[in-house]
Design a protein around this ligand. Structure first.
Ligand SMILES: [Zn+2]
Length: 236
């Protein structure tokens, strides 16, 4: 009897796991997006209208689009159970080190010691919520083995250098930290919360980031996923 109860319990646990996987993570949605991403990066020349040009200002949003490419993954997408994506992934469809990355909005740039592929820009007055400070985070600007494509103007150890919107920050790369498993060539861009004491919070936690949709004037939230490709309707 006890054994029966145990096996019943384990069946219930498995069912609960499967149900929660499909209910809360919606893997089908991100799997469909993966198909689109693979289609695009294999033959980008076939999908020129999937590309949003760099520095586009979509729907009068405050931020400019920070690079040229196809938006393949959204904020709050899930790549594996329990994972929640904290930003948007914009795929160039080019080789590494080719497609420029620009500041989406003016602010004060920091590249910490040891940062190979990343910069973060402090925006003292959030254009959507004046009075609050936010940060914009740009990463994957290096090749698979860690040759940095961040602009030479911003070496590791750079702190609080003012940059205007449209300043060249570097070039898209495929750096993942693991040379054997690089990412596809893309920019990961996110809007990061301040800790209230003038410092950025840990970008890896989605709770520390904002939905970037309103900042970029595009539907970028995976919980209400738009059809791909998403396009910049006005102001291109
Ligand atoms: Zn990403």
């Amino acid at each position: 009897m006890k054994r029966l109860m145990l096996s019943l319990l384990s069946v219930l646990i498995v069912v609960a796991l499967v149900v929660s996987y499909f209910l809360f993570l919606d893997p089908a949605a991100s799997r469909n997006r993966t198909l689109s991403v693979v289609k695009f990066i294999r033959n980008p020349e076939q999908y020129p209208d999937w590309v949003i040009p760099a520095l586009s200002q979509c729907n009068n949003a405050p931020f400019r689009f920070p690079t040229s490419g196809f938006v393949g993954y959204f904020w709050d997408d899930s790549f594996r159970p329990g994972h929640r994506h904290q930003g948007v992934d914009i795929f160039a469809g080019t080789d590494v080190g080719v497609t420029p990355v620009y500041a989406a909005y003016e602010g004060y740039l920091t590249r910490e010691d040891g940062w190979v592929s990343t910069v973060i820009i402090r925006i003292p007055a959030d254009p959507l919520h004046p009075g609050q400070q936010i940060w914009t985070y740009y990463t994957h600007m290096a090749d698979a083995v860690g040759n940095s494509f961040v602009s030479a103007e911003f070496p590791a150890g750079t702190h609080e250098v003012f940059v205007k919107a449209g300043t060249l920050l570097g070039y898209q790369g495929n750096y993942s930290g693991d040379p054997v498993n690089p990412t596809g060539v893309h920019l990961h861009f996110s809007v990061v919360r301040d800790d209230g004491n003038g410092k950025y919070t840990n970008e890896l936690e989605i709770a520390n980031t904002y939905d970037p949709s309103a900042y970029l004037g595009l539907p970028l939230n995976a919980t209400d996923p738009p059809q791909l490709p998403i396009l910049c309707n006005s102001g291109q």
